[in-house]
Design a protein around this ligand. Structure first.
Ligand SMILES: O=C(O)CCC(=O)C(=O)O
Length: 378
């Protein structure tokens, strides 16, 4: 009963019966199976990489021009762990990443406060298309098959819309506006810094010239999505977020203390153990292209549970600002011919959106997972 009450409070559009979920949330068996519980952690886990102690190497990165003898063994060991994780998993967790626990707690608390608002309040930020991105609040339908809905709600935002969102939510309360802006802007800045660290490590791990960092820097502003997965009376019948790959460069996810993130590895769903002080990072399609398929854009999903609300924050680092996304020449030779046709980021997003829409307003799971392979593979 507690679960049902909480769910109806958040997924306010539907009235949830005591022990079952409405039909519109029940996904076809083949799209939820095999079901793996949110806390079914196995022996195999995604690699956890400690970023502590590599600041100095990162600060002087540009001076080293790829001369590996000049890096500490600690730095080189981080680079090789990251490279193996991106090749084998497309996913890894990082600890000692430089983002303070206090800030993580503040953003998490703000996300909880936002989700607890009445639906009408949240809908003041109704989701809309702004250039190449969605911004605002909505029930995410992106991954839904046919008319099936996801057991989640989300707020998309970037640093440029934070202050207008704050004014819309609390028009008569400057203090609340200030808190909202300060917390989120600080989070964006901290994550931008972390994204830069990760980019440096990626460049080095791929064997690209570190002096060219600016060429590979993610384009700002990044997109953030706050996800909320309310407790669900029948978690095995629905999905928080269906299986998908991320189209962007790479994603930095904070998942609080409740499990739910699962990664597909060798056709097996692996539950990612939550670590409130860590970030989970995954390769997106654009990094797969830049690495010429060496790094895998990993399929992942979010499952829900009966008892606990789950919150996550996904920071989507955008690809570098190139006219065409292509594998750099440095990584190509006769043994490594380019695997992907050149395309622009704008074109890629349009292809993803149009192929997934099917002209019906609903999205196809099959198409969603294979745009890179089906359309852009040589
Ligand atoms: O909440 C999670 O664990 C996954 C989030 C995610 O995959 C996304 O926002 O695209």
């Amino acid at each position: 009963m507690a679960a049902a009450a909480a769910a109806s409070n958040v997924l306010q559009e539907v009235s949830v019966e005591e022990n079952c979920i409405p039909e519109c949330y029940v996904w076809p068996d083949e799209l939820v199976s095999p079901v793996v519980a949110h806390d079914a952690f196995g022996e195999e886990e995604i690699p956890v990489i400690d970023l502590g102690g590599i600041e100095e190497a990162l600060d002087h990165h540009h001076e080293r021009e790829g001369d590996r003898d000049q890096y500490s063994s600690q730095y080189l060991s981080v680079v090789s762990l990251l490279s193996a994780a991106c090749e084998n998993w497309g996913f890894f967790q990082v600890v000692n990443h430089g983002v303070s626990v206090e800030l993580l707690q503040r953003v998490q608390a703000m996300s909880e406060r936002f989700c607890a608002l009445p639906l009408l309040e949240k809908r003041k930020l109704e989701v809309h298309l702004a250039g190449d991105r969605l911004l605002g609040y909505g029930f995410i339908t992106k991954h839904a098959q046919a008319s099936k809905r996801l057991w989640s709600e989300g707020l998309y935002l970037d640093i440029s819309c934070v202050s207008s969102f704050a004014k819309t939510l609390s028009p008569h309360d400057p203090q609340k506006q200030h808190e909202f802006c300060e917390t989120l802007e600080e989070y964006f800045r901290a994550l931008q810094k972390l994204a830069r660290k990760i980019t440096h490590l990626l460049i080095n791990s791929l064997g690209l010239k570190p002096g060219n960092y600016d060429t590979y820097a993610p384009k700002d502003p990044a997109l953030l999505r706050m996800n909320h997965y309310p407790p669900c009376p029948e978690p095995s019948k629905t999905q928080g977020l269906g299986a998908h790959v991320d189209p962007n460069y790479f994603t930095i996810l904070h998942q609080g203390h409740v499990g739910g993130l699962q990664v597909l590895k060798d056709d097996v769903w692996v539950a990612v153990r939550p670590h409130p002080e860590a970030f989970a990072i995954n390769v997106g399609d654009m990094l797969q292209v830049i690495s010429n398929g060496r790094y895998k854009s990993a399929k992942h999903r979010a499952v829900v549970n009966k008892k606990q609300d789950r919150y996550s924050l996904a920071y989507f680092a955008q690809p570098p600002n190139w006219d065409l996304i292509v594998t750099p020449q440095e990584l190509l030779d006769s043994k490594h011919p380019p695997l992907y046709k050149p395309f622009s980021w704008k074109e890629y997003l349009e292809t993803v959106f149009s192929r997934n829409n099917n002209g019906t307003g609903s999205y196809s799971y099959e198409n969603l997972r294979s745009v890179l392979t089906l359309v852009y593979h040589m």
